[in-house]
Every structure is written in structure tokens, then in C-alpha cells.
Ligand binder design. Structure first.
Ligand code: NAI
Length: 209
């Protein structure tokens, strides 16, 4: 398969969300035009994005919602449940641990770690007690996990990323405002980037006149 650009992969995840909503409503067929209007993009863009993965639609009749969902799940690696650990039981760690849509989307939080004695042992979400980060290696040896979330201060993020890499974590979602020097895949989440992008759009938009 041709290398798929990252913006396309991001849109696939959004298509999948729209398709899940349609499936819940019992819709069986969707056109590229309908999908495009849900994302407020051009229908030619939808067709181009989906064409990376073969001939998924029928000319004139659209895409089978169930089949397209299945294909996108496969492409996005969602044919299995990914086990996730969270490092940092602060504001972000707690919010994520309680975010039900993660599990609905095949990402199951299996443990939360922190270094703060006052937080260790406390229940942070149903079925999740904060563990001591000193036990990270032991936990990974006994249970393993696929993905780690770094919701810790930037000053400790790299040291923790190194430990995570050594114990076999496959990828990291990093909320800490820093760059990680590790070889495993990292996705950075920075809410300020969205605000800055929006500010740029507003100042360059005709609505601003
Ligand atoms: P917080 O201060 O509420 O939580 C951080 C937690 O990390 C604390 O519980 C602390 O005890 C723990 N911690 C510190 N050192 C540790 C270590 N070595 N091992 C394990 N746990 C450790 O912070 P909050 O608000 O949850 O933010 C977390 C990170 O995300 C920060 O780096 C913050 O700057 C960043 N952030 C990112 C945003 C984004 O859009 N990506 C938005 C807001 C914050």
C-alpha cells in the first residue's frame, strides 16, 4: 500500500466516528457527499482519502456503512483492544482515566501511575487505583501494555519516556510540552496549537473584516 499521509489518517479516525453514528441510527449506505458534509470538506477529498485503501464504494450508490467502518477499523489497527497506561494522575491523567469514549474506541486504560505519595493508592476512576511509578517496570513485566500517556510535568517526561521504551511500550501520547528523545512513535497533544491555528484562521478570514 502507498504511504498514507498523516492528515488522511487523522481524517479516517473522524470518518470512523461519523460512520459509527450512522450505524447507530441504522443507516446502511452513505455517499461521499454526505460524509464530506459531516466533516465540512469536499466530497472529492473523501473519495481521494478512501481510494488509498482500494475500491471501497460503488459508483453512484455510495459506501456500505458497515463494510467501510470495518475497513477503517482494520486500517487504523482497531481490530484489537489496545492496553493503555497513564503516567501522571493529575488533572489530565484523571480526566483521561474517566473518559469512557476511550474504551468504546478500543483503548482500555489498565493502570495509572504517579510519584506523589498523597495520590498513590487513591482510586482515580472506577477500577483504577493510582500506582507508584517506581513499580512501572514490575507492572510491565507482569502485565505488559501497548500505549502510554505522559501527563506529567515536562521536566520528567523524557526520563519516563526512556523507561517506557525500555519496558516495551509501543507508543506514547505526550501531553507534556516538550519533545521526547525516544525511537518509539509519539503523538503530541497540545491544546495551544489549536488555539494558535484558530487565531491564524480568524485573523486571515474575511469574517474578520
Ligand atoms: P498536574 O500537575 O495536575 O499533574 C501532573 C502529575 O504528574 C502530578 O500528579 C504529579 O504528581 C505527577 N508526576 C510528577 N512527576 C512524576 C513522575 N516522575 N512520575 C509519575 N508522575 C509524576 O498537571 P496536568 O494539568 O495534569 O498536566 C499534565 C501535563 O500536561 C503537564 O506537563 C502540563 O504542562 C501539560 N498540559 C498539556 C496540555 C495539552 O494541551 N497538551 C494542557 C494542559 C496541560
Amino acid at each position: 500500500m502507498e504511504k498514507v499521509p498523516r492528515p488522511v489518517i487523522r481524517r479516517l479516525a473522524v470518518y470512523l466516528r461519523c460512520l459509527s453514528n450512522l450505524e447507530e441510527k441504522g443507516v446502511q449506505i452513505v455517499s461521499s457527499k454526505q460524509l464530506a458534509s459531516m466533516l465540512q470538506i469536499k466530497d472529492s477529498q473523501v473519495r481521494k482519502d478512501l481510494s488509498y485503501f482500494g475500491n471501497l464504494g460503488q459508483r453512484g450508490s455510495g459506501y456500505d456503512v458497515k463494510k467501510l467502518s470495518q475497513k477503517l477499523r482494520e486500517v487504523l489497527g482497531l481490530y484489537k483492544t489496545w492496553s493503555v497506561i497513564i503516567l501522571g494522575a493529575g488533572n489530565i491523567g484523571k480526566a483521561l482515566a474517566n473518559h469512557k469514549r476511550l474504551e468504546q474506541n478500543n483503548f482500555k486504560i489498565v493502570a495509572v501511575f504517579d510519584s506523589d505519595r498523597r495520590k498513590i493508592g487513591r482510586q482515580i476512576a472506577p477500577g483504577l487505583k493510582v500506582r507508584d511509578v517506581a513499580e512501572l517496570e514490575q507492572f510491565m513485566k507482569e502485565n505488559g501494555a501497548d500505549i502510554a500517556v505522559l501527563a506529567v510535568p515536562a521536566t520528567v517526561a523524557n526520563e519516563l519516556a526512556c523507561r517506557l521504551e525500555k519496558v516495551g511500550i509501543k507508543g506514547i501520547v505526550c501531553f507534556a510540552p516538550t519533545t521526547l528523545h525516544c525511537k518509539i512513535p509519539v503523538e503530541y497533544v497540545d491544546i495551544t496549537v489549536f488555539f494558535k491555528t484558530l487565531a491564524h484562521t480568524i485573523v486571515n478570514s474575511s469574517y474578520n473584516i
